[in-house]
Design a protein around this ligand. Structure first.
Ligand code: ADP
Ligand code: MG
Length: 697
């Protein structure tokens, strides 16, 4: 029999081109995809609630007969209709209304037996269900066993296919194809964790025999998702340990001298992380290390020392950052720190800034190839083809979440297995890090430098604008500097520039005529942006009005107040990043969120920011509010393949799956053993991009 993953869905009875297209929109192409198209929720139709017992504010499923239905137009609003049905179940009567769906009257008729699902409420003294989902109970008794008297699946809707038709299709497909399904999870693993086999779990996820089997079906299928998701990570890590990397032999004297020359003492965390990096860089395998540390924890200096390890052992270093402003900032800082530092052969350290707008670009590119440059800092301009190295030994990627997975891989390819250090200030909870970045080693800077005062965060409504302006004045009078940030709107980028511009004008002419104020946004030419940042850094500007170009990395310790306008429009991680622009010096800093947010989600975000300071904690909240799919988005490969596995709520299951996947790969690194053939095929089907990982030879 043909395997379900190879059978297009249109071969199923009743699926023509039109329905196949509707399925394709939901990512369902094959019979296997269909079997993995899981219910959105279930209804326990072994028992319906009698209307007389309805609790007024919860979701309910009732069954009854329509005794009256009609459509009325609204008097007050044009083109607005209300369909109203009265449903009787012999214990009581329930009014159901649907807004603006006059066509319902063609389906729902008097005397129809119906099942309704929705939220009930008391309205004008009457019990009412608004916009309920419904299903007409048919006379066909054979069919009825699918749609009632059991726990019934409700699917994410497919255009042109009702729940009943979908349910029937699923039932028939299960009957016909489950015997042909092969279980990819090895038997011993299933036995160890008491997992259902594939057939049982698919049957019970669609048509659960009871609640317990439903849960077990979920557990098994989530385990499978986690397991397959971990395989390529395990394979990659195992293989990278066997690759011959560069064995760096850093000049310890030079490094000590450099560390002693710093204007501060490294924190214990920084020292520990530097040791971890040093160990990797001195080993035979290439380093793949992720450095996590909250905003302001001092990752740049760690990266700089890693660069010195490589340079002093004869390699070149590429340091990639997401914005030109940040590239310039790192360049200025690092050249400043390197002053007076010479290599053992007496030569000075050459650092270059490569920006796409630089007039020296061609010269710098030549120098890189000629090995005249030890460290080059730049944006994705570094990825351009003509940028070639003499001996690239270390790649550093700052704010890695700003780059796509593909982009991250391009830079290391310019060397021969160079060491790679990637850094992020958008931390993910520690426990998740090892599972998601399973092929990377993770280092964490867990504390901020001493002497930092906690940033005070306040949320105000726009009504308190006058108070805000007063507060800004007080901060400036103390000699500190202020950022005022406006949100970026993706679809119409110019609007936020407009609002930033407007505010800038108002500040300049009316509110703060006595201060120097700057305006910075992404539409300004590179040179202008740099000039404004420079002026702000040197204290020539007291207030900087900005769009989100400020978001990552900017480091001006004298800035002590961050005002975020329309704060509800930012994500939590972004807000935390913005707040991290202040609190970088020894004085008290503030972050003021201006927002008239009304939605529960936006409120939750702002409240979380006010409550929590720690980036890891905030990341956890963010994950909770948005859910893993949204949180990780499509930037993080693999995770988008998780449909029912939730790394947050099923961390234990994820860890078990991970352990098993890694053990299996230790024994069979390329999945070549006969008992792992199914798994190998599944892996290639799910992640075709990993084919080279399991190729023989
Ligand atoms: P991030 O981790 O957000 O990239 P940075 O590397 O920009 O943080 O560092 C933030 C600020 O803290 C910089 O001004 C940096 O010079 C300073 N800094 C870094 N390490 C220390 C330390 N150990 N003690 C005091 N200040 C430090
Ligand atoms: Mg940084």
């Amino acid at each position: 029999m043909q395997q379900p993953q190879n059978i297009p869905i249109r071969f199923l009875k009743g699926i023509g081109p039109k329905r196949a297209k509707a399925f394709a929109q939901r990512g369902v192409y094959t019979v296997e995809d269909l079997l993995y198209y899981f219910p959105r929720r279930y209804e326990d139709r072994t028992k319906f609630i009698p209307i007389a017992f309805i609790n007024e504010t919860t979701e309910q499923t009732v069954r009854g007969k329509i005794i009256n239905i009609n459509v009325r137009r609204s008097f007050r609003r044009k083109n607005f209709s209300i369909t109203e049905a009265l449903v009787d179940d012999k214990t009581g009567r329930l009014t159901c209304i649907w807004f603006n769906q006059p066509y319902l009257k063609q389906y729902l008729k008097q005397d129809n037996e119906v099942i309704l699902y929705g939220k009930t409420e008391l309205y004008a003294g009457k019990l009412q269900m608004t916009n309920p989902e419904f299903e007409i109970v048919s006379e066909d008794t054979e069919d009825m066993s699918l749609h009632s008297g059991r726990i019934v699946p409700i699917y994410p809707s497919i255009e042109g296919l009702g729940q009943r038709a979908l349910r029937k299709l699923m039932f028939e497909t299960l009957n016909n194809y489950v015997p042909a399904l092969q279980d990819v999870l090895p038997y011993d693993i299933r036995a160890r964790y008491n997992l259902l086999n594939l057939a049982q779990s698919l049957i019970n996820i669609h048509f659960p025999k009871d609640e317990h089997l439903k849960q077990e079906a979920y557990r098994r299928l989530a385990f499978e998702e986690f397991f397959i998701f971990q395989l390529p990570l395990a394979i990659r890590k195992t293989q990278s340990r066997q690759i011959q990397g560069i064995v760096h032999k850093p000049d310890d004297k030079l490094i000590s001298k450099f560390i002693d020359s710093l204007p501060f003492k490294l924190t214990p965390s920084q020292i520990k992380v530097i040791e971890e990096i040093k160990h990797d860089m001195a080993s035979t395998y290439p380093m793949h290390r992720l450095l996590q540390g909250d905003v302001g924890s001092g990752k740049t200096i760690v990266a700089t020392i890693a660069a010195l390890f490589a340079i002093s052992s004869g390699s070149q270093v590429a340091f990639m950052v997401p914005t030109e402003i940040l590239a310039r900032q790192h360049y200025d800082k690092i050249t400043g720190l390197f002053k007076g530092l010479n290599l053992t052969d007496g030569k000075s350290l050459n650092v270059a800034l490569l920006s796409s707008s630089s007039s020296l670009k061609n010269k710098i590119i030549e120098d890189i190839l000629a090995n005249n440059i030890h460290l080059v800092i730049g944006t994705h301009a570094l990825l351009e083809e003509e940028v070639r190295f003499h001996r690239l030994g270390l790649v550093i990627i700052d704010e890695q979440h700003r780059f796509g997975v593909g982009q991250r891989a391009l830079l290391p390819a310019k060397g021969t297995n160079p060491d790679v250090l990637i850094m992020t200030a958008t931390p993910i909870p520690r426990t998740l890090a090892i599972t998601i970045y399973g092929d990377l080693d993770v280092s964490v800077i867990s504390e901020l430098p001493l002497g930092r005062k906690a940033i005070e965060t306040v949320w105000i409504t726009s009504q308190k604008r006058l108070w805000l302006y007063d507060f800004i004045r007080q901060v400036v009078q103390k000699g500190r500097q202020v950022y005022v940030v406006y949100p970026a709107i993706e679809e119409s980028y110019s609007i936020d520039i407009l609002s930033a511009e407007k505010m800038y004008e108002e500040f300049r002419t009316k509110v703060f005529p006595q201060y120097s104020i700057g305006l910075i946004h992404g539409k300004l030419r590179q040179k202008e942006q740099e000039k404004i940042m420079q002026d702000f850094k040197q204290g020539k500007l007291q207030i900087l009005v900005a769009t989100t170009v400020l978001e990552v990395g900017i480091d001006v310790p004298n800035a002590a107040l961050m005002v975020i306008e329309q704060a509800e429009r930012f994500g939590l991680a972004q807000l935390h990043q913005l707040r991290g622009r202040v609190g970088r010096g020894p004085w008290q800093s503030w972050c003021i969120l201006v927002s008239d947010a009304t939605t529960p989600e936006a409120k939750a975000r702002l409240e979380a920011l006010v409550k929590y300071k720690d980036g890891f904690r905030i990341a956890e909240e963010d994950l909770k509010i948005r859910g893993p799919g949204e949180y990780f988005g499509h930037r993080q490969h693999g995770l988008s393949g998780l449909r029912i596995g939730n790394p947050l709520t099923q961390l234990h299951l994820l860890k078990d799956a991970r352990r098993q996947a890694w053990e299996l790969i230790q024994k069979d690194p390329k999945l070549l053993l006969r008992q792992n053939v199914l798994l190998r095929n599944k892996l290639l089907q799910r992640f075709p991009e990993y084919e080279n990982l399991v190729m023989v030879g």
